[in-house]
Design a protein around this ligand. Structure first.
Ligand SMILES: NC(=O)c1ccc[n+]([C@@H]2O[C@H](COP(=O)([O-])OP(=O)(O)OC[C@H]3O[C@@H](n4cnc5c(N)ncnc54)[C@H](O)[C@@H]3O)[C@@H](O)[C@H]2O)c1
Length: 280
């Protein structure tokens, strides 16, 4: 019998990350869960360990390159290998581009973009050395759409999509079999509306009005998919069907095409999906 595969998931204490970790455990893998929120991470570890799954929890702030490097080292120390890396941690904050503070912008880019960059720098060399592996990067369907009042988030997710494509090309150019998949989920019933709960003090405090908080929570509650079910769908598409680009809603393909068509014709893409219209 072969060795048990090992997966690492960032942002694994909640929402989609927790769903992915549960899905990977269900596939018989050993899983390393990482998150900035140590208490929530410990609770997630308890939940995932039922049925005797091997789950290592490593508190990690993905904005810190050295902490992500330490996560990779802990994984190798414990399990001696890595097969799947889910770079999933992400945060969001609504507001007009010119009104959000530089700290707001930095926080979102540090988690959503540099969190992925740090993961790539720490884990891809290990996978290259092993000769195989799969990196799943969580972007968002907003990487292929236009959404007002979300400039840092949407632009960071566009960056993540381009990053995933480029890294996969880089890997192919060096003759590697390491795969990359980019995940573009639609709305998820998760803690994302309350993302500021995990904002480190170095970025100062964020201004989120009670009205915006209520509307964001209500939106995810109403339209969000169950993260565990979504995770299984994502893992099927990425790991079993080898999709590079993983959508969770077929309507998002049309959104992507409409968006690209408008750009190609020199027009500003419109906010196409009704579900987005309502989330303003
Ligand atoms: N919620 C949605 O509707 C939605 C839609 C599309 C894409 N996404 C993406 O899915 C991913 C998961 O988000 P979610 O919806 O499950 O939200 P969530 O808030 O439930 O989970 C995000 C997790 O990331 C962790 N995190 C935040 N900052 C971190 C840091 N610096 N280092 C390590 N961990 C950190 C949080 O503690 C939390 O446990 C994100 O990349 C998000 O952008 C979410």
């Amino acid at each position: 019998m072969g060795e048990t595969s090992v997966a690492v998931v960032t942002g694994a204490a909640s929402g989609l990350g927790l769903g992915l970790a549960a899905g990977l455990v269900a596939r018989g893998m050993s899983v390393v869960i990482a998150d900035i929120n140590g208490d929530a991470l410990a609770r997630a570890q308890q939940r995932l360990r039922v049925d005797g799954a091997e789950v290592l929890a490593v508190r990690t702030d993905v904005t810190k390159d050295d902490e992500v490097a330490a996560l990779a080292s802990r994984t190798l120390d414990q399990f001696g290998r890595v097969d799947i890396v889910c770079l999933n941690a992400g945060v969001n904050l609504r507001g007009r581009a010119w009104e959000l503070s530089v700290d707001d912008w930095r926080w979102i880019y540090d988690v959503n973009v540099f969190g992925v960059v740090h993961g790539i720098r720490s884990f891809v060399p290990i996978l290259l050395e092993e000769g195989a592996g799969h990196v799943l990067i969580t972007a968002s369907n907003s990487a292929v759409a236009t959404l007002p009042a979300l400039a840092p988030y949407v632009s960071s997710k566009h960056a993540v999509l381009a990053l995933a494509e480029t890294v996969q090309h880089d890997l192919l150019e060096v003759g590697s079999d390491v795969r990359v998949s980019v995940v573009l989920p639609g709305a998820i019933r998760s803690g994302m509306a309350d993302a500021v709960r995990n904002r480190p003090a170095d970025y100062g405090s964020a201004q989120v009005s009670a009205e915006v908080l209520h509307a964001s929570r209500a939106f995810l509650e109403r339209y969000g998919s169950d993260p565990r079910t979504m995770a299984d769908d994502i893992l099927r598409q990425a790991l079993d069907k080898h999709c590079f680009c993983v959508f969770t809603d077929p309507a998002d393909t049309a959104t992507l095409l409409t968006h690209a068509q408008a750009l190609g014709e020199g027009r500003l893409p419109t906010v196409t999906a009704p579900v987005f219209q309502e989330n303003r």
